[in-house]
Structures are given as C-alpha cells and as structure tokens.
Design a protein. Sequence first.
Length: 281
Amino acid sequence: MSSNIMSTLRSDDPKTWLLREEERLNAEAARHIMLVWAWRIGFLVIFLGGWELSARQGWVNPFFTSSPSAVFNYLASAVVSASFWAHVQTTLIESIVSFVGGSVAAVLSGFLLAQSAIARDATRPFLVILNSMPRIALAPLLIIWFGLGMGSKIAVGISLTYFVVLNATLVGIDSVDPDQKLLSRQLGMSRGEIFRRITLPSSVVSIFAGLNLGLVYGVLGVVVAEMLAAPKGLGHLIQYHAGVLQTEAVLGIIIFLALLVTGLVYGLDSLEKRLLRWRNA
C-alpha cells in the first residue's frame, strides 16, 4: 500500500495526487451513501410487501393487523382533513411547550446546582425520588390538578423531559477538565468567562444528547396523557379509533407521530450542528 502511494507521488506532483485522492474519497463516500439507502429501501419494501401479502392471502387476520394499503388509505384521507390537523396542532403545541419548558428549567437548574457541591448533594436524594416516580402513573393525578385541557398534558411532558435533560446537563458539566478550569482561574478569568468559554462549550454535546432524548420522552408523555383524558389531540384520536377497533387508523396515527417526532429530532440535530460550529470557532 505504502509503495503504491510512494510510486504515485513520484509520478505525480503532490497537488495532482491530493486532487485524485479527494476524488477517490468522495466517490467512496457517495457509494457508501447509495448502499445505505439501497439497504434501507430494500428492507422497507420487503417488510411492507410481506405485511401486505400476509393480509391479502389470509395468513394473518387483517382485522387485527390491518395492511399497508389500508393504513395508507387512512393517512391519505386524514391529511386532507381539517379536523385531523386540528388534533396535530394540539399535540404539537403541547409537545413543544413541554419540551421547551422542561429543557430550559433543566439546563438552568443543572448549571445552578453545579455552582455548589453542597446544594447538589443536598438536593440529590429528592431529585432521585422524584425521578423514580412513574410519571405516566401520575398522569391521572396531574389531570385532576390541571384539568382536561392542555395544562395537564404539558405538565406530564415537562415531568418527563426535565429529568432527562437535567441528568445530561450535569454529566456534561462534570466532563469539563478541572485542570483547565483551574488554569483559567490562575490566568485571571472570571467565573462568567469560565462558564462562557469553557463550561458551556464543553457540555453542549452532552446537553443536546439529553435534549434529543427529552424531546422524544416529552412527546410520549403528552400522547399518553391525551389517551387518558383529552377532548382533542393525536393521543385522543388513537384512543378513539382503538375503541371502535379501527386498526388501520391507530397504526396510521402512530406512523404519523413517528414521522413527526423524527422531523423534530432532525431539526434539533441541525441546531446542534450550528452550535458546534460556534463552539469550534
């Protein structure tokens, strides 16, 4: 391998060799992406085709499993319905408010707790107890406290988002090199400068990992709360269609929810990449 590279370098000038090497790497990257997408599409075709064939041939009972064509037909009719988008809007608002509220509270409290070891150790048992409580089981109680409207759904979402993001924030802060912080103090940097230039940039990756997970958990909490008691929302729709045994509608809404959350996660990933460019600048 090394002899081939050396012979290439002798025959070509370094600039030409670098250009050829860049073209080769780009071609390999493009081939890798094509193969990944081919595998993805192939798996999807096999899965959906097998599911559809099983339903049509009677190998499974389509009343219970439905079929891809029935699910697609439901989604095609739902996405052109104004009432469906009203339910989507309700769930989306509740999810975003619970995610933003829980995340902001978690990040702020995480940085505040990191300023004092005494405060962190004193509050740790209470945080562990609160985090150990099954929030889904507490959802009926939150509905009693906050009513059937958006407030109870947002409360459930915040309760799930908060602890996930808080733990990620504390892990990110703990990952900061203490020697680097000590050196910064010796160089005369203030606590605010250390936070802005060292602590925050070093913990961004961990915080965003928690935000991604907190977003998913927040939406799950909102949907489950809607299934328990809500006048509208995608969780309410799932519960209604399950009650009347419309399997294709239940599966269609679940698939729509999965795509919706995936879009939100990719949007958060895009924001993370921008912030990482800021951190490295």
